[in-house]
Design a protein around this ligand. Structure first.
Ligand code: ADP
Ligand code: MG
Length: 150
């Protein structure tokens, strides 16, 4: 599924729509260059789940937890990760094993230490706008997304 999104607000809105369909435990990758809108989309997802504060990219801390009303979220930003092995030290497995929605920016930096994602979101520049492509592993989630988003 591919969308053309003209501004930040529309990206956030897509995030809110995606949020409504997510299982309480899943792994989501956000791919795309700096400034493509990965954190903006995460903000939309978190706001839909009840988060009211800001959403900053956890570039230096690698991960930011959000315990919301009835769902736990972990927002990872692996941009500064030097070696994928460092993920072992922060206990990546424990995070991923939890009943939580794990959102990962720059997942390619953790190659080999993170399993396959349930949903991969690809963001890119497209003129003044952004293109957002969803790639879903489970056919159940794919159906739900197709129904809601098209
Ligand atoms: P990333 O996390 O991918 O590095 P951010 O979400 O932090 O990107 O920042 C995206 C920037 O691009 C913001 O400054 C935002 O205002 C701008 N922007 C312009 N158009 C869009 C769009 N369609 N979606 C998201 N952000 C957009
Ligand atoms: Mg970011």
């Amino acid at each position: 599924m591919k969308f053309l999104i003209s501004d930040e607000r529309a990206t956030e809105k897509l995030g809110r729509e995606i949020a409504a369909l997510l299982p309480k435990k899943c792994l989501i990758f956000l791919n795309g260059p700096l400034g493509a809108g990965k954190t903006t989309l995460v903000r939309g997802i978190l706001r839909a789940a009840g988060h009211q504060g800001s959403t900053k990219s956890p570039t230096y801390t690698l991960v930011e937890p959000y315990q919301l009303e009835d769902c736990l979220f972990y927002h990872f930003d692996l941009y500064r990760l030097g070696d994928p092995e460092e993920l072992e030290y922060i206990g990546i497995r424990d995070y991923l094993d939890e009943q939580a929605v794990c959102l990962v920016e720059w997942p390619e930096k953790g190659l080999g230490f993170i399993p396959q994602a349930d949903l991969t979101i690809e963001l890119d520049y497209e003129g003044e706008s952004r293109s957002i492509t969803l790639d879903v592993k489970s056919s159940e989630l794919a159906l739900k997304l197709a129904e809601k988003l098209t």
